[in-house]
Design a protein around this ligand. Structure first.
Ligand code: NAD
Length: 244
């Protein structure tokens, strides 16, 4: 079938997306930045289930590394059909105290990183008969959150990037969409999803639970599938009803 590349796929949502796309028959590039062994474990899990996967190490914010690694992966895998820009970081802090450096670093990884991957993958995606880009935004990018100014700006920016690219690539049959998760239980949110904070949050989620990485992966898998070929420029919310 097709070939997919998932950034930040060694853990959390990216890991679930990589495993899910492999279950759907994609040859998957498992990108990681530091945790080569965690990426290797994801690849071993995919292979044990009969799938195919490659380890693709690069920092999404390093332009030359992105270009070289994506080029090598496309050659190895024989093309590229799906790019899922999942890699992300959150550096929390009240706006008055956020340093320029932390602001820039968040934007560099979450927004510029996605742009650089889209750019490096474009040639291969445009050659695909069913190219797909799925960017992982956030409910925080849609409605803001006190203490997350850089994260919110980066995730809102991803929605703009998605819609611009959706228009640019539509004529070539490449769809570009966002998945916007609410609160998902991963290492990124572990500190926020405990005790009092968690019970307060649960009161605001109509479905009464936080999400799992697999809840998000299901939406990505759908957007990557032939059934989603008429969907582009959209923001698909996976948030238990937190934002409607
Ligand atoms: P996570 O911290 O478990 O995973 C993030 C992954 O991105 C990690 O594997 C990390 O190594 C990778 N990464 C970070 N910087 C990178 C870089 N420069 N280059 C390559 N990879 C890099 O968090 P998660 O919850 O799985 O988050 C995945 C995505 O989903 C992120 O973009 C996050 O903002 C978004 N998101 C998460 C939630 C949530 O509640 N967990 C909600 C909305 C959106």
């Amino acid at each position: 079938m097709g070939v997919a590349l998932v950034t930040g796929a060694s853990r959390g949502i990216g890991r679930a997306v990589a495993i899910g796309l492999a279950q759907d028959g994609f040859v998957v590039g498992v990108n990681y930045v530091h945790s080569e062994s965690a990426a290797a474990a994801v690849i071993a899990e995919i292979k044990a289930a009969g799938g195919q996967a490659f380890s693709v190490g690069f920092d999404v914010s390093d332009e030359s590394a992105v270009e070289t690694a994506i080029k090598t992966f496309v050659a190895q895998a024989g093309g590229l059909d799906v790019l899922c820009n999942n890699a992300g970081i959150a550096i929390d802090g009240l706006a008055m105290r956020v340093s320029r450096q932390d602001w820039q670093h968040t934007l560099d990884v979450n927004l510029t990183g996605a742009f650089l991957c889209c750019k490096a993958a474009s040639r291969a995606l445009l050659k695909s008969p069913a190219g797909r880009i799925v960017n992982i935004s956030s409910v925080v990018g849609e409605q803001g959150n006190a203490g997350q100014v850089s994260y919110a700006a980066s995730k809102a920016g991803l929605i703009g990037l998605t819609r611009a690219l959706a228009r640019e690539y539509a004529a070539r049959g490449v769809t570009v969409n966002c998945v916007s998760p609410g609160y998902i239980e991963t290492e990124m949110t572990a500190a926020h999803l405990t005790g009092e904070k968690k019970s307060e949050l649960l009161k605001r989620i109509p479905l009464g639970r936080v999400g799992t990485p697999e809840d998000v992966a299901s939406a990505v898998r759908f957007l990557a599938s032939p059934e989603a070929s008429y969907i582009t420029g959209q923001v698909v919310r996976v948030n238990g009803g937190l934002l409607m």
